[in-house]
Ligand binder design. Sequence first.
Ligand SMILES: NC(=O)c1ccc[n+]([C@@H]2O[C@H](COP(=O)([O-])OP(=O)(O)OC[C@H]3O[C@@H](n4cnc5c(N)ncnc54)[C@H](OP(=O)(O)O)[C@@H]3O)[C@@H](O)[C@H]2O)c1
Length: 429
Amino acid sequence: MRTRPLKVALLGCGVVGSEVARIMTTHADDLAARIGAPVELAGVAVRRPDKVREGIPQDLVTTDATALVKRGDLDVVVEVIGGIEPARTLITTAFEHGASVVSANKALLAQDGAALHAAAEEHDKDLYYEAAVAGAIPLIRPLRESLAGDKVNRVLGIVNGTTNFILDKMDSTGAGYQEALDEATALGYAEADPTADVEGFDAAAKAAILAGIAFHTRVRLDDVYREGMTEVTAADFASAKEMGCTIKLLAICERSKDGASVTARVHPAMIPLTHPLASVRGAYNAVFVESDAAGQLMFYGPGAGGAPTASAVLGDLVAVCRNRLSNATGPGESAYAALPVSPMGEVVTRYHISLDVADKPGVLAQVATVFAEHGVSIDTVRQQGKDGEASLVVVTHRASDASLNGTVEALRKLDTVRGVASIMRVEGE
Ligand SMILES: NC(=O)c1ccc[n+]([C@@H]2O[C@H](COP(=O)([O-])OP(=O)(O)OC[C@H]3O[C@@H](n4cnc5c(N)ncnc54)[C@H](OP(=O)(O)O)[C@@H]3O)[C@@H](O)[C@H]2O)c1
């Protein structure tokens, strides 16, 4: 074993960073044996230097992250600050000054992954980010390496624990959205401002990263269609139950049937209770991958939290350190396929539409005609009437999102349709 240690700088020492530091210290001997050289924590950049940080020698702590990454003697910089800046500049500066980078920053990678990969390649350095998608669950490496000889057609995932916790609560207790969110906040599963989670921004960033790797194509955050889950109601869950389904916020990355394009989207969807993703409870994450040769694979586990996320960071750290010792770099960006990302209108799936209609003869025929005129074929219709009003639940066969939108627009114009109570996609069949 080499005795000269590999030097690692930690940018950020919060929920994830403090666990990375702890494991680096407590597992130092094992890590050294696995890497082939000891690993030394060379500096820790934070915002508040006076905060007590257990196990971190005070002389390693600095608020000058830029000076730290410019030292020139670092082997690896671990970025766990989060956000776009200063993380982006610190990462590129680290490459320029000779270090490889491990990051957990989904927002940055989804927005600027291509530029960061280019910077890593220019300086012949590694950029690893297993922790950026679904915490501890190995996904990036399986997609990038284990499945490199296969053709991935679809990635369907629950990649946000907060929203899964809320939806699971609504499903199991009949609670409304706000009540379930309040419980998630009280238990620490939701942040004070839950927008990034409940509006699907966090899942969309992960979808962009997964789609890019799965399809060897650049997919940016802006390419991902996004709908949050704040409008999901207890009535939607009741409807889902009647169909033998539950509701999950899904990140869906798909190759088109002809293989010529891809799509990436995040939205709530009904999935059959028999689908493996339906049984993912609480704040857990799971990703279902479908590929030509391997068939169906499911990756499941804790998608967040300090220690689970640190596990993924440490795995990357070991890989990058091994590469440094053998003067090599691991796989970089693979975007050779350069498939176009199709707009949401071209996505084809099934729909569950709930309409409030007048309870009188001929309404059903009128509604059915509108579906037919837009080329959307109906699978089942369920009608419930009371006091001159009725609710009509229509489940369609597979249709394009554009056709469905046209249908809904026309339905809204019918005098007999009082309102469109909900529209939900049905996935995983
Ligand atoms: N938490 C999770 O479960 C989880 C899961 C997967 C991925 N991630 C990702 O991991 C990253 C870190 O998340 P986290 O939850 O650990 O965040 P966090 O608890 O808020 O920690 C952020 C750390 O960065 C430091 N920091 C902030 N701005 C800085 C600056 N300008 N210069 C130097 N240090 C600065 C903070 O310093 P102070 O300590 O002084 O405030 C803190 O130590 C994010 O990209 C996040 O998306 C987190």
